[in-house]
Structure formats: C-alpha cells, structure tokens
Design a protein. Structure first.
Length: 706
C-alpha cells in the first residue's frame, strides 16, 4: 500500500467522497476549459474527447483513493501514463499541469461548499492523493529520460546561452491568444471562453462553429482562380489559425495538396522573394557557423520531433532556388500533419542557406537569401556537421528529413549520417518506397512477379537510384543475390545507357553499370533491353514520346510507365499521352497529379506516385516508436504495406495507389509496419507498447477539429 494511506489513517472520508462525486461533472468541465488554454500542445493535439476521457479517469481514481484509503491504483495509473506520454513526446510539465488543473478545479468546487476547517482538511486529502501521482510521474519520467540519454549516439556540444523555455508562465489570453495560430479559434471561441480569456470585444459578437468558419474560408478560396493566390490564402490561414487550416486541408486533401505541395509550391518557391510576407521556419545561413545551437533555441517550440531541411539546390525539378526553397520544408511538414497527424508544434522547417548558383537570384534586388556563390567542400560539410550536432543537442528526439539537396550532396549526407542520426533522404528513400509500391501494385495488374521484371530507369539521380536500391533489396529478400538483383535494373542518363567502362561514372551509378555496348538514346535502350517497366526521373519533360511509348507497348501486354518528374511540365509524358500511346494498355503513374483520362470508352485514373504516401507514415512510425535511426528496411516495409492497401477496384481503374481520401489510415498502417521493424530490430528508445501498433498510431494523431 502506498505511503498515502499510512499518513492518512482517518480515511475513508465518506462525506467528502460523496461531495466530490456530486461535483465531479462541473469540476471536469472546468478543468477541460482550463486545459484548452494552458498551452498544453499535446493535449490539444489529442482533441477534446480524449482529454475528457483522461481527466475523467484521473478524477475517478482520485475519488476512489479517498474512498478506499489506497492510492495504489492511482500510483499505478500515473506510472502507466508517464510511460505512454514520455514515449509520445509529452513534456513532464504538460502532464503535471493537467494534474494541477484538475486539482484546482476540485478546490474551486469545494470552496463554495465547505467551512474553512472542513476545507483545509478536505484539500489536504485531495492534494495528498494528487501529489503522490505527480511524484510517481516525475520519478518515472526521470528514469526514462536517463535511459534515453544513454542511448543517444551523436555527441552534443555545450551551449552556454540562455536555456530554451518559451512557454508562457500563465495561460495565453486576450489579443495574444488571437495571435497564436496554434491556439486561436477566432470567432469560434465560445462566450464562456471569451469572458474567461479576456476576449470580450476583441471578436465580433456572434459565435461561430468550425464548420461555418470552414464555409467562409472555402468561399474565399473558391473566389480566386490562380493556384498561387490560393497558396497565399492558405498560408495566411496557416499563420492565423492552424486548427482551421488543417481541418480544411485534411477534409480536402486531394484538391488542396497540389496547392500546398507540387506543382504550386514549385511556383511559390520560384516567386518566394516576391510573395514573402511572414517568415516561417528557421533560416540557417553560411554566416551562422558556430551559432546553430543558438538559432535552434530561438524556435518557439521545444519538443520538435520532425525536421525537414533543404539547402534549396534542387527544388523539385526546378533547380537551384536558394533560400526560396523554404516553401518545400514548409509544404512537406503541412503534409506530415495533415496525412499522419504529427502535431504542428512538433514540426520544424529549415533552410540551410549556403548561397546560390542561380544567376537571376544573385542579381535580384529583393532576393531573401545570401547573394553569394554556394559554399562547397569542407566549409559546406562543416556547416552540415554543426547542424546535425546542434539538432542532437537541442532536439534530441527529432528525426531529420533531407529534402531537395542536389544529388552529390544528397548521397554523401545520407551515407555520412544514416547510421549515426535519426535521418533519411526523402528524394532517395521516400521516392524509392513510393515507386517500389507502385511497381508492386502494377505487377498485380500485369499478373507478373517482381523476379520476371526488368526496369529501365530514365535518369540516374536520387529518385531513380533510390528506387533501384529498394527494388534490389526486395529481390534479395525473395532469394536473389545482390548481383542478380541488380541485373534487373538498368539506367539511361543524359549520356545514354549507363554501362561498365564509361568514363567518370559517379559512385551511385557504378553498381548499375552493367556490361553492355554503349547506347545513345532511350529508344535504342528499350529495343535492346525489352524492359517491363519504364520509370522516368530525369526532370526533363516530354521525353517519353510516341516512339518510346509505342515501343513499350510492342514489348509488353501491360507496359508499366511511370513519369515521376515534377512539376507537371517536367513529367516525361502526360497521362493522356501514356494511355493514347499504348492503346490504353499502359499502367501509368506520375509524380505530379493528372486528371482521369477518357480513352476508348474507358476512364483511366492515373496514380500519383507522390512521396506523401510514404514519408508521413514513416515519420509517425519512427517518432512514436522512438527509433534512433531510419533504415531501408523500414522503407521496404512501408512500400509493401502501401501496395497491399490498394483495393482490387482501384487496380481495376488503373490506380496503383490508394485513394488519397484514405491517407490517414494508410499512414497509420505504414507507421505500424515501420515501428514493427524498429521494435523487432532493437532500434528504439522506448519499449514496445502492449496495444496493437496500428491502434497506437491512430491514437497518436493530431485531430484539427475544435
Ligand atoms: P537528380 O538531379 O538527382 O537526377 C536527375 C537525373 O536525370 C540525373 O541522373 C541526370 O543525369 C538525369 N538526366 C538529366 N537530363 C537528362 C536527359 N536529358 N536524359 C536522361 N537523363 C537525364 O534528381 P532527382 O532527385 O532524381 O529527381 C529527378 C526528378 O524526379 C525531378 O523532377 C523530381 O521532381 C522528380 N521526383 C519525383 C518524385 C515523385 O514523384 N515521388 C520524388 C522525387 C523526385
């Protein structure tokens, strides 16, 4: 029995217990109201119904402890929730604050009912129970944190500056509340909230609900035609009210993803200096050497778990856009939240601005980045090394996604950090997984096995090599040697077929440089190699012309044609061209979205091989399991899971990916598969939860409804 009973031998306190039971409901309501505005981001992330459920359990246990004289059940519960909350990244103070809030609301209820003496006695009892629970919480957290520190691999550097703590010391109220996009609900603040949080007069009098706010935003959005203007309207909403933004995006993902991400985000990055209004994300420049820890400390949220970083050198297929590349991490992270429910406050977009080779930007008087040639060599590597070390120090739980780095740096950075930090490259591994999943689904349509398949890649950069590497891994698991598996992957790049003996082949192409006579064109390569699948990732639009498509259709009953290059203008062919050029027999997917195509009396729905099917789920699995590294096996598991979720009806329409409407469920399933790899390979900092992993993933997702 806990020490609580030993110190309080005058219990059970029947009348107090009865009193608390009668007042349980108002106490709960009061506590919930406080909780919503105590800046407890993770509680907000979980949504009100779950917060109510938890507070109610806590209240019941408090009353039961007073009734039975034993706080064992309460102590047990506190230890259990400490483990669960720690694993999910809640801060100790957040969990404790929720206990305090409950305690205070009980006080308030009792205050009105008891005499001064009775009150002192009653409060003493309530405090004793809740304090015991808080004590258990703190001790469990300390034990878990000590264990996690031991598990960290990257050494951190000392930071002499001010410790980071931007949490407000009291609830955010008044105009500050309206200006905090994470907490702001605008006209949906209730009357009670308006009077409690100093909002009277700061809002028009009529209280709306989120649905009518959505209607308003929708009307505004529909009143503009230009996608870039829609992008600006959406970003402005994100700056005002994140809950509303994410509700809009989640409810209309298929329609709005092309605005917040490719293709429109490409235009936004090109125009970044011109459309710049408010900064979003962190800018770390070549001039910040030695100050990166300090910069990370400037970020207003201190429990970052998901970082997307670019140096802006290869933005989509648009080339070097320097600091304008910030649109990419910002956009990708909105998809992490919309598609996998990673809470917005845990997401950090970063641009590492090392200059640009883009002449236009170097000349542009309003360009927002460093106007100098790109840093290269040791100076570049040292800046990136400092970045990784600083993240390990300031945000030790964070996963780092490398995004749109030029391929020489992307391959190098990935191999340098993949085993010592929690990091991956989306253009290599994410694309690899989404393309592998597309191939696996296509083979279900073509009724072929992967072992019967020869893939010809057009382009031999990050996307193509990443796909081939994962394909090889999959074939090896099916029993092939690596050398045999590689024979299934061939490449054509700007110099023609990649063959052994070609001069100056870069390292990432070497494993795929097979013995063959040099061939100059893609068409020649198709004729010579007779591929089952043609995957374009060259960044050069229109290169799968009628001759290429016809040849693929001559060789295959169901030719697999993927035109992955982004944005839309860079696609190797359009969906229409692919179906028309193969008599409607192509199994087609693209990087940017294409509308359904009517051809020969049938409607074909092209698949969008968008990495969004992979990275949010992988990120959720990595974060929730507390994986220390991100491995290719995880991407392989993600690809298999994704392919398995495509329904027969979808395949029938030519769709090789599940409908985007199901993305949250897809992400939960992928996250569970990734976490399964992490747990079974001993890569996690946390213990495997007792519940089904997919349930844990679903329960971890941020819900933007209010
Ligand atoms: P990268 O720069 O690493 O590779 C491009 C490759 O294309 C290089 O090997 C280059 O030699 C080759 N290439 C260039 N011009 C060519 C030509 N005329 N003929 C043949 N090959 C040529 O770029 P990365 O990261 O591989 O991306 C390539 C494209 O794939 C981009 O447009 C990008 O937006 C797109 N992409 C699509 C994804 C998706 O749909 N899920 C994901 C990642 C990238």
């Amino acid at each position: 029995m806990s020490s609580y009973a030993e110190e309080h031998d005058d219990i059970p306190e029947t009348s107090l217990v009865e009193l608390l039971r009668t007042k349980a409901e108002p106490a709960l309501e009061e506590a919930l109201l406080e909780l919503q505005h105590a800046h407890l981001e993770h509680y907000l992330a979980d949504g009100l119904p779950r917060a109510r459920e938890r507070l109610s359990r806590l209240l019941t246990l408090t009353i039961e402890a007073l009734e039975s004289g034993s706080a064992d059940a309460m102590v047990h519960y506190a230890a259990e929730i400490a483990r669960e909350r720690f694993a999910r990244g809640y801060r100790l103070d957040e969990v404790q604050t929720s206990f305090n809030i409950l305690q205070e609301s009980l006080w308030k209820q009792l205050l009105a009912l008891l005499s001064r003496d009775e009150l002192t006695h009653a409060l003493g009892l309530v405090v004793a129970v809740i304090d015991l629970a808080k004590d258990t919480l703190a001790r469990t957290y300390v034990q878990l944190a000590a264990k996690r520190r031991d598990d960290r691999r990257v050494p951190s550097r000392p930071y002499e500056g001010k410790p980071m703590d931007h949490r407000p010391t009291r609830p955010v109220t008044g105009i500050d509340l309206l200006h905090d996009p994470l907490l702001n609900k605008g006209t949906a603040f209730t009357k009670q909230e308006r009077s409690r949080f100093g909002l009277r007069g700061l809002l028009p009098p009529r209280v709306s609900v989120q649905d009518s706010q959505l209607q308003r935003v929708r009307q505004n959005l529909d009143s503009v035609d230009d996608p870039l203007q829609k992008y600006l309207a959406l970003m402005a909403l994100l700056d005002r009210n994140e809950g509303l933004f994410y509700r809009l995006l989640t409810d209309n993902l298929a329609e709005l993803m092309p605005i917040v991400y490719t293709p429109t985000v490409g235009r936004a990055c090109q125009q970044y200096a011109h459309i710049f209004r408010r900064p979003r994300g962190l800018y770390i420049s070549a001039e910040d050497r030695g100050h990166i820890v300090e910069i990370l400390h400037h970020w207003p949220h201190w429990d970052v778990q998901c970082i997307v970083v670019t140096d802006g050198e290869r933005i989509l297929g648009l080339g070097d856009l320097g600091a304008g590349g910030m649109g990419i991490p910002v956009g990708k992270l909105t998809l992490y939240t919309a598609c996998a429910g990673i809470h917005p406050s845990r997401c950090l977009p970063v641009v590492i601005d090392v200059g640009t080779e883009n002449e236009e930007l170097l000349e542009c008087p309003i360009y927002i980045g460093l106007q100098q040639r790109r840093l290269r060599g040791d100076a570049y590597d040292e800046l990136l090394e400092e970045f990784y070390e600083a993240v390990a120090e300031v945000f030790p739980e964070a996963m780092i996604q490398l995004e749109d780095f030029a391929n020489t740096n992307a391959f190098r950075l990935l191999s340098r950090y993949r085993n010592q930090a929690c990091t991956f490259d989306d253009d290599i591994q994410g694309t690899g997984a989404v393309a592998l999943a597309g191939v696996l689904s296509s083979l279900r349509i073509a009724e072929k096995s992967l072992q019967d398949c020869r893939v010809l890649f057009f382009g031999a950069g990050e996307a193509a090599i990443g796909t081939a590497d994962l394909l090889v891994q999959e074939l090896c698991e099916q029993g092939m040697t690596e050398a045999e598996a590689r024979e299934h992957c061939w490449f054509v790049d700007s110099q023609g077929l990649v063959v052994a003996g070609r001069d100056k082949l870069v390292a990432h192409k070497l494993p795929y440089a097979h013995d063959h006579a040099p061939l100059r064109t893609l068409h020649e390569a198709i004729v010579a190699l007779r591929p089952t699948a043609l995957i374009g990732a060259s960044g050069v639009g229109g290169t799968f012309d009628a001759t290429v498509l016809r040849e693929m259709a001559n060789i295959n009953q169901r030719p697999i044609i993927f035109a992955l290059s982004n944005p839309t203008d860079n696609a190797e062919c359009t969906a229409q061209q692919a179906y028309e050029g193969t008599d409607g027999r192509a199994i087609f997917a693209s990087g940017s979205p294409f509308a359904p195509v009517e051809f020969a009396g049938r409607t074909f729905v092209p698949g969008q091989g968008n990495n969004v099917y992979i990275f949010p789920g992988v990120g959720l699995g990595v974060i929730v399991s507390g994986a220390r590294v991100v491995t290719d096996k995880m991407f392989q598991a993600a690809a298999r899971t994704l392919a398995s979720l495509v329904t027969d009806e979808e395949l029938e329409r030519g769709q090789v990916y599940p409908a985007l409407e199901r993305i949250r469920e897809v992400s939960a399933q992928i996250a569970a598969a990734v976490a399964e790899v992490a747990f079974s390979e001993g890569l996690t900092r946390t213990e495997r939860p007792k519940e089904e992993l997919v349930e844990v993933m679903r329960a971890s997702m941020y819900d933007p409804h209010y």
